[in-house]
Design a protein around this ligand. Structure first.
Ligand code: ZN
Ligand code: ZN
Length: 467
């Protein structure tokens, strides 16, 4: 059966816009200050969930509300189930908006509102994709389960609860309309490991403290060390001036109470792309490694220096590349050293492909001279990858290619989407390669044409997967 999905969507465009706008008018930011048993993430996400489920009931689906954490409904017949995982919560609107983030405005072919592109717009485009299949009564041999969560932007507490309490067997395969076309079929593993050092040191030069970095998933923009001993302020200032000039960064030396505060300013970047930043902390370690520190301080400085520009973990001995998922990457994210502390740390955040793991990384880190112990963070994402020859990936890409005329290809990212909830799960749309991505920003918008294009792609993709 051939169906013109674009034409079918066109007939429903006005209804689609009305439904989407009514959903965007609900402020569904997480608000823990108003959270209680009935509203696990605050009242906003619950309101959006009720609104969505009422709409699905209106359209003839039998819906389930899983204790205000998430909701779902099923369509079709058959043993196998296609899962679609979307989310109704939004990140806080923040400041800098030219319009009210919860009064949607259409301007120059763009729909402005918090959630327009992440994720209410794509959610509704996908919902209308399924609605077309239902209203045309197309023959299907599999089920679809449409699941909406209310806590994707924070801790995924919605999906933890959903999988533990919804009572049905998990879908066999699925996708999340919450990222990019053509597809995201791989997500690297994400683990942080900590190097621990003692603090005591009595060399000719003493390291009193060393601090750099705010978060493990960010490149430290700057770092500051406090030192004293057989070095003069003038000497250190002169050496630093040459050093920062040769590394094209800036720095300063401030004398305070007979001690020297040495700071280097680099450039921050996301921890999954450390090569795009300049790590102020490892650079400061490199600069300080010329002075006569002693004991644990010497080890701390030498290890810090050795991490500089080791984005692939080659010097650490943890480098690994998978031919599908690409290379491991390392961000030296947070540095905390105090001479009076017996637990000083360096936090290393790794994004790693299949073929290596947190224990292999730890084993290599244990061979470094200096640290007294290595530990691993509690939060951990293992690598996720669905091969190109999986029917799911092949079908989604072929529909994308057919409707857009663009070439489909695989994409592996360092971040995480609901696609990873299922072993055979991917993210699919709704940003196109030429879309302007304003997710999480002020004045978030989604181009109307992108919403319409996505809805027709979702309709055909769902039909191809369940027919
Ligand atoms: Zn999202
Ligand atoms: Zn988001």
């Amino acid at each position: 059966m051939t169906v013109d999905f674009k034409a079918e969507f066109e007939k429903r465009k006005d209804d689609f816009m009305a439904d989407l706008i009514s959903l965007l008018e609900i402020n569904s930011e997480r608000d823990d200050s108003k959270a209680d048993k009935e509203h696990p993430f605050g009242p906003g996400p619950v309101k959006a969930l009720h609104h969505f489920l009422a709409m699905a009931e209106r359209d003839g689906y039998k819906t389930r509300n899983i204790d205000n954490y998430a909701g779902d409904f099923e369509y079709g017949e058959g043993d196998e189930v296609l899962g679609i995982f979307a989310h109704l919560d939004v990140v806080p609107a923040g400041s800098g908006w030219e319009t009210d983030p919860y009064k949607p405005v259409i301007k120059d072919g763009r729909l402005y509102a918090r959630g327009s592109s992440d994720d209410k717009g794509p959610t509704m485009a996908c919902y209308y994709g399924l609605k077309i299949i239902k209203e045309l009564g197309l023959p299907v041999s599999r089920k679809v389960r449409f699941v909406v969560g209310t806590d994707e932007e924070s801790g995924w507490g919605d999906m933890d609860y959903y999988f533990a309490h919804n009572g049905l067997k998990n879908p066999d395969f699925g996708f999340s309309p919450d990222a990019d076309f053509p597809i995201i079929n791989g997500e690297k593993g994400n683990i942080t490991e900590y190097l621990h050092f003692d603090g005591k040191n009595e060399g000719l030069v003493v390291l009193h403290s060393f601090n750099g970095g705010l978060r493990e998933n960010m490149v430290p923009e700057s770092a500051t060390a406090v030192i004293s001993g057989s070095v003069s302020a003038q000497e250190v200032s002169d050496l630093l001036a040459n050093f920062v000039a040769s590394h094209k960064v800036t720095g300063q030396v401030v004398e305070n109470d007979g001690k020297l505060e040495v700071t280097i300013y680099g450039k921050s970047a996301h921890g999954s792309t450390p090569e795009e930043g300049v790590n102020g902390a490892t650079l400061l370690g490199l600069f300080l490694s010329q002075f006569d520190f002693y004991g644990p301080a010497k080890a701390y400085i030498e290890v810090t220096a050795s991490l500089h520009n080791d984005f692939a973990g080659e010097k650490l001995g943890v480098a690994y590349t998978d031919d599908k998922m690409g290379p491991l990457s390392m961000n030296a994210g947070v540095f905390r050293f105090d001479e009076n502390s017996s637990d000083n740390t360096i936090a290393l955040n790794f994004r790693y492909p299949k073929g290596t793991d947190e224990l292999k990384i730890k084993e290599e880190l244990s061979k470094i001279a200096g640290p007294k112990a290595i530990t691993i963070s509690d939060s951990h994402h293992t690598p996720h990858y669905v091969p190109m020859d999986d029917e799911l990936v092949e079908t989604l890409l072929s529909v994308y290619e057919k409707q857009t005329g663009l070439k489909g290809h695989e994409q592996v990212i360092g971040g995480g989407t609901f696609g990873r909830l299922l072993e055979r799960g991917v993210a699919f749309g709704a940003m196109f390669p030429d879309s302007i991505n304003t997710m999480h920003q002020a004045n978030e918008f989604m181009a109307l044409d992108d919403l319409y294009r996505a809805a027709a792609i979702y309709a055909e993709a769902i039909y191809e997967l369940i027919k």
